[in-house]
Design a binder for this molecule. Structure first.
Ligand code: NAD
Ligand code: UDP
Length: 349
């Protein structure tokens, strides 16, 4: 019996692999490295001392997914694989709809064919769009405001329809807030391509001297200091949430959405201050106009996940900043090896 992890070479997937391996799960991992590097796989093995099977496979190839299910006794899937850049999704919507939705349809079709109906899906707080109230509960109306968010919202609806049609399906829709941080070892972390879009990787590259200064997008929101407020969650806490969700889908049926956040909001300037304290580095910044499409304040009500999944985010803002800095300073260029000694079986497309 094994758990299939799609997108397991990515930022959140790699941290989830560590937690799952440490708990004793047998893993089969797939990724097409469209936004990740093979080196992460040997780092996961190094941290855990455990082995797993990896396939360099694209979810757009149904035959390749089918071949994995034929080779392994898969009993559940954690589905991270997808594109995630909001701005890019606005410029290239078809690329996003095709990869995220067709990839998920292929996966679910093959799961169904092989009698596997337990699924943990990476959704996002972006499905809420502009929240009418704070904190956000799972029953808020959904209204994603960009193609990326709409892929998540559509996939949620598709997965709900699957359960309507076949009561064997058991699905957890995990709506992540703002994952940041890295594994405490400093061996795996977020490795964005080019100039980061998100706040935390941007701050850490300013701290490392790779970027000159932080642009703070707006200081006229109705928040504690006028800058945008978000719910930051340590990626290891988030990864542990997947273990809890997996345990639940294995025991139940139905489709349930869960907010995975800390339940607390922090402003951009609070994050700058926390990072300076944790790293001992100065973060020069300049106030700029608001970023188009941004909401002023967004944080989660996490009671449903706390109660139903028996999960709570435990790490502090200091942990998040310290671990981000450890990863950044130990790996200034991210993952750099072009070749790696991983057991990688490439399937024909
Ligand atoms: P990531 O880009 O680091 O990881 C995604 C992985 O999926 C990458 O390794 C990529 O190579 C792989 N992938 C993409 N398309 C694929 C395909 N067709 N076939 C096989 N592999 C494919 O992203 P992440 O930050 O780890 O996010 C994981 C999931 O969580 C994504 O679905 C993302 O949309 C969602 N999410 C992320 C955040 C965030 O802030 N990081 C927030 C909310 C939701
Ligand atoms: N932000 C910023 N400068 C940056 C990146 C982000 O001021 O270079 C702000 C952004 O306006 C928001 C917060 O930081 O208020 C978090 O942004 P991020 O893109 O990380 O997450 P999201 O907005 O998608 O929740």
């Amino acid at each position: 019996m094994a758990i299939l992890i799609t997108g397991g070479a990515g930022y959140i997937g790699s941290h989830a692999c560590v937690e799952l391996l440490n708990t004793g799960y047998e893993l089969v991992v797939l990724d097409n490295f469209s936004n990740s590097k093979p080196e992460v796989l040997s780092r996961i093995k190094e941290i855990t001392g455990k082995n797993f099977t990896f396939y360099e496979v694209d979810l757009l190839s149904k035959e390749a997914i089918d071949s994995i299910f034929s080779r392994h006794d898969i009993n559940a899937v954690i589905h991270f694989a997808g594109y995630k850049a909001v701005g890019e999704s606005v410029c290239e919507p078809l690329k996003y709809y095709h990869n995220n939705i067709t990839g998920t349809l292929n996966l679910c079709d093959v799961m169904n064919k092989h009698g596997v109906h337990d699924l943990v899906f990476s959704s996002s707080a972006t499905v809420y769009g502009i929240p009418h109230q704070i904190p956000i509960t799972e029953d808020f109306p959904l209204g994603a405001t960009n193609p990326y968010g709409r892929t998540k919202q559509m996939i949620e609806e598709i997965l709900r329809d699957l359960y309507v049609s076949d009561k064997r399906w058991s699905v957890a829709l995990l709506r992540y807030f703002n994952p940041i941080g890295a594994h405490e070892s400093g061996r795996i972390g977020e490795d964005p391509n080019g100039i980061p879009n998100n706040l935390m990787p941007y701050i850490s590259q300013v701290a490392a001297g790779k970027l000159e200064q932080l642009n703070v997008f707006g200081d006229d929101y109705e928040t504690v200091d006028g800058t945008g407020v978000r719910d930051y969650i340590h990626v290891v806490d988030l990864a542990k949430g997947h273990l809890k969700a997996l345990e639940r889908v294995l025991l139940t049926t139905g489709v349930d959405a869960y907010n995975l956040g800390s339940g607390f909001g922090h402003s951009v300037l609070e994050m700058v201050d926390a990072f300076e304290q944790a790293s001992g580095q100065e973060i020069p910044y300049v106030i700029k106009d608001r970023r188009p499409g941004d909401v002023g304040i967004c944080f989660a009500d996490t009671q449903k996940a706390n109660q139903n999944l028996n999960w709570v985010a435990e790490k502090t803002l200091t942990d998040m900043c310290k671990d981000t800095w450890k990863w950044q300073s130990n790996n200034p260029a991210g993952y750099t090896k072009t070749q790696d000694h991983v057991t990688s079986i490439q399937l024909a497309p």
